[in-house]
Design a protein around this ligand. Sequence first.
Ligand code: ADP
Length: 514
Amino acid sequence: MASQLITSAALQAMQDALGSEHVLTTEEQMADHGDPMGPPGEWYRPGAVLMPGSVEEVQAVVRIANEHGTPIWTSSQGRNKGYGGGAPRVSESFTVSLRRMNRVLEVDEENCMALVEPGVRFFDLYDHLKATGSKLWMSCPDLGGGSIIGNALEHGVGYTPLGDHWGQHCGLEVVLPDGDLLRTGMGGMSNPHNWLVYPHSAGPSWDGIFTQSNFGIVTKMGVALMHAPEVYCPGWFMLDNEENYGKFLEVLRPLMIDGTISNQPMIINAVCAASAFGERKEWYEGEDSIPEEVIDRIAATPGFGRWVMRFAVQGDAPVVAHNRAKIEAAFATIPGASVVFEEYDGHNLPEMTNPHHVVQAGIPSMALDQMTRWYGGEEGGHIGFSCAMPIAGKDGIAIRDLTRKVLNERNLDYSAAIIVGKRAMIHVALIVFDTKNEAQTREAYAATKAMLEPAAKLGYGEYRSHLDFMDEVAGLYDFNNNAQRRFAEKIKDCLDPNGILSPGKQGIWPANMR
Ligand code: ADP
């Protein structure tokens, strides 16, 4: 028996279906499939890892799970760092890792679309585009090692104009909890000429129910690419004071809504900015939260500020020149603000050394992993406390003050990375800790939990959450007696009566575990 939840018969059936070399059972084999950032002792971890290599094998896994009543938890790459990695909500159950299904099935150069399998990492698509001589750009998050599909399904982001990754998908193929196979949108036809360009069918549109849910295993997805821009112009906005932070957000909002800034910017505070380049001990060794005077010292370092925003303008040269001037004029109205730009030929990008410029050009890298090493170096951990809100001074200040207060009271630093979309921003408090320091690790999880309810009272829900808080987060979506959760449970009972697929994902439990 691999774990208390997995019977020998279930394990044997999975081994027969996949080949025993594709069923991982030892601690060593599974080490890369869990959540390495938890406190010591009992924590979320797989009982065995199943690695199907085809859609048919995913269907076989689902059928066996139903026959044996054993839960399976889906992950694509399992690198959902800060939210639980590849670990399952129900510890010791099977996890299904889709890493072996890693083919780029199609690149449509004319329509700027690709069709990928779930194991395809951002690195893989990039390498494929380069190897096949494609001229197209893609979008990627700060760390390129995750999967394109897992990231999109969790509403992850990137930093080109395609940065709303879920918004830029078109067409899904899904294995349902009973093993049936569904294609969404125009994929509902057996020979569509438009699956990857027209996202709907004659209705209903099902795609959304497969994001952040436990209603299916996505085995293919269409993903948008873009033409390389004539000019790529990454910019830095710096604000040397805290007082004008609200005004900055007010000035930024119309620039985002009207598309003057065409990518997805990221706003970071001084601590987060410093963490991209080095460890905490270079600035402060105290065990309390980093003091204001040290933050001021960081902020005064050339290139930093109390707040910094990386962003980019891209397109034809006259458009870029026009938008640059508009941005410079708008930000010049903010006391203590400055803006700098760099300009590159988008068709012939040079080797860029600044990792922020690299990621905003859709080139995957791991350089920004440094940010999570603020405490603890290689063994640094982080949790994302991530609320969605309007791009507005009132909202930015409210969530800044709440998270900073809770974290500082618990001797943790406030490191903020705010991802800005067209109308909304996601304030990610990057709660960083040293995984070797048990007390600090526990405090980081407790602090995150402690912020959920006060944030909800202010009207901010988390857009994504660590396994450990999924129930609490779902509970806070409380309109009409938690109508969203009740609706999800109805669908769950219908699609997955045996409750085998990712029980507890986003607080959705099957009837037998409620
Ligand atoms: P990444 O591939 O970026 O590392 P993960 O594999 O950790 O992301 O996936 C993040 C979460 O998204 C998983 O915990 C799972 O709930 C969901 N997920 C990932 N891949 C799929 C998929 N192919 N089908 C359904 N849900 C998925």
